[in-house]
Design a protein around this ligand. Structure first.
Ligand code: ADP
Ligand code: MG
Length: 265
């Protein structure tokens, strides 16, 4: 089972969008996928849940509760997603914000940082791919995701704060590699919202290329209405017209992440 964390220190760069379209690509490749919404904003849940979650429904927060008495198994919270072969560990409401605060106040012990990892270990026979949408910070939930993951994909966009944020998340990745998860592979930086027609976009791309070398991954994902529309409609890009190139781009990123599971075609 491959576990991919999609992370960035910044919001609005396209973590959820990337997680969503990579999930679609994996489902089309016939993989059994568990998408984990580890962001209290719950955007991935809104996009992927087959049924809108009830306010009282269990979610990822209930599986991470530091208080063992109130902790649920991942199995109790998983729901079907909109696509065949895809399940979702959902998040809705304030519960995950509360758990994030709770975990942040606890000492950063391996136990507190490894709860998601321990939960996912029970899923190894059920899924080929677990993909985790991280919150836009380097807090306890992101650390849990990085400790659980076999690989991490960083997302950024060609703009000042986003590009500078890459260094911060890279340093968190290095810390986790050093202390808690030496197996974690940093698979590089996916450049999203690429707008080759603007000077600022071109300059930030150049800066990222100079700073990160071949860790800046190609293809870049352009800013396109279809990327957003598909997600808002709960559809795959492959179901929209004139999106062949975008579909190929996400397929290429998935293939790079999972070369032994996804064939070239
Ligand atoms: P994050 O999860 O990092 O906060 P989102 O994935 O929610 O970011 O993306 C932020 C906004 O930008 C969303 O409205 C999303 O639909 C839009 N968006 C993301 N990537 C693209 C893209 N490549 N082209 C057009 N819109 C995009
Ligand atoms: Mg998001």
């Amino acid at each position: 089972m491959d576990i991919v964390a999609v992370a960035a220190q910044k919001g609005g760069v396209g973590k959820t969008t990337t997680t969503y379209h990579l999930t679609r690509a994996a489902a089309r490749a016939g993989l059994r996928v568990l998408a984990v919404d580890a962001d209290p904003q719950g955007n991935l849940t809104s996009a992927l849940a087959a049924e809108p979650p009830q306010p009282e429904a269990l979610g990822v927060a209930d599986t991470l509760n530091p208080d063992a008495e109130h902790r649920y198994a991942l199995d109790d919270v998983i729901v079907p997603a909109v696509w065949e072969g895809v399940d979702l560990a959902p998040t809705s409401g304030e519960a995950l914000t509360y758990i994030e605060d709770e975990l942040t106040q606890k000492p950063k012990t391996p136990e507190n940082s490894s709860r998601l990892k321990a939960n996912l270990a029970t899923m190894a026979d059920r899924y080929d791919l677990v993909i985790i949408d991280c919150p836009p910070n380097r807090g306890a939930l992101t650390v849990n995701a990085l400790v659980a993951a076999t690989q991490v994909l960083v997302v950024t966009m060609p703009a000042l704060y986003a590009a500078n944020g890459v260094a911060h998340i890279f340093s968190s990745i290095q810390e986790v590699q050093k202390e808690l998860n030496p197996e974690l592979k940093n698979r590089g930086v996916l450049l999203n919202l690429w707008e080759p027609s603007t000077i600022a976009s071109r300059e930030w791309r150049l800066w990222l290329a100079e700073t990160y070398g071949d860790q800046l991954l190609e293809p870049y994902i352009p800013k396109r209405e279809a990327v957003k529309t598909a997600q808002e409609a709960g559809m795959g890009l492959d179901e929209l017209p004139k999106t062949e190139e975008l579909v190929r781009f996400y397929d290429a990123h998935l293939q790079r992440l999972l070369p032994s599971r996804v064939g070239r075609n």
